[in-house]
Design a protein around this ligand. Sequence first.
Ligand code: PMP
Length: 427
Amino acid sequence: SAQPQHIRELIDRRAHLLGPGYQLFYTNPVEVSRGSGVHLYDSAGNEYLDAYNNVVSLGHCHPAVVDAVTRQLSTLTTNTRYLQADLLDFSERLLATFPAELDRVTYTCTGSEANDLALRVARAHTGNTGIIVTRNAYHGVTAEVAAFSPSLGPASPLGPHVRTISAPDPRRQGDAVTDLLRAEIRAAIDDLRRHGFGVCALVVDSIFSSDGVQPFPTDLLGVLAAEVRAAGGVYLADEVQAGFGRTGAGWWGFGRHAVVPDLVTLGKPMGNGIPVAATVLRHEIGREFGRNVRYFNTFGGSNVPIAAASAVLDTITREGLIENAREIGAQLLRGFAEIVSGYQCLAEVRGAGLFLGVEVIAPEDTGPDRVLAQSLVDDLREHFVLVSASGPDGNVIKIRPPLVFGTEDAALLLDRFADAATRVLPA
Ligand code: PMP
């Protein structure tokens, strides 16, 4: 479609100003100038239904966060080397959302830093370096974390100490998913040892987002955690995407799997837009690291991010957003199931709470169809609904709206998706 001149200019200026590696969403990129609740607005005043942005899980510009941040910014901004009751009060409330064993928290600014720290802690604890992740996992940007983020692709090679296992995929793997992955993790552990690496950690995104959104089966993470622990390693639950109530089943994605991790990393929605992230751990796991290493993160745990995180925690509880994620998620799942049943190219919808994936396959051969998925995403964008596509084959429409999504927002999303399917998919 013809792009207005000022959009072409913005794209051109980006190319000349920003460093390497930046990407834009959509064939026809969206310019955003304002956000409010479940909506984004462009400079022409168009309103977009945001069914994708999980950082602003309370909705764009939620007043509770805006007020808390504004107040804190005009009261005190400093670091964790001073005594401050607010930091401890928040830490108590945050840790109260976890199983009792997870009883310590260290603050960082990004999910990448939280994973980077968790790995250093795990290494000190286990004395080992071997890491196991799923085949298309993403865990972050530091050199160390990128070395176990296979979704970055072949140009960003995995470390020699990293092994991958399949993500769950019941549609293709059938009923025996957990048995299959148990066998794979055992093989990965054996292979690490054969190459002289002890087992340090299993690192898993509790909803397998970049592996294509895989909420089932829920007996899986307990089994994998047991295997890695038996081999002398620890289990790190990456809750950067699944956490803070998104799955509609309690605060943390690992809770759906009835397993207690050794370390947990948090980020994205934790500050509703303010950079704040954390590593939560069992205190005994951190003992060795704490004996020998000093960890200071200038902005991690500083006042403004903690004020934002505190407002987020309060608001999730006060507005009942976990229950809302469960209820609206169920509405979306039912609605998408109906749409999916009408198209041979839509293989399935799966989800937990407000985290859903719709898998798009090719008309003839039933293999993944990245192009068709992108056409759906682009068509929805032209009709002012924002979603994206993910998964190893880029063919899973990822639907991840703010947790404040209402019944009417869900109904509108389903209507627009049904219309897009009519336009884009073969009947
Ligand atoms: N883990 C997961 C599962 C993520 O999705 C991301 C970000 N996409 C990260 C870690 C890294 O977080 P950040 O971008 O805040 O460093």
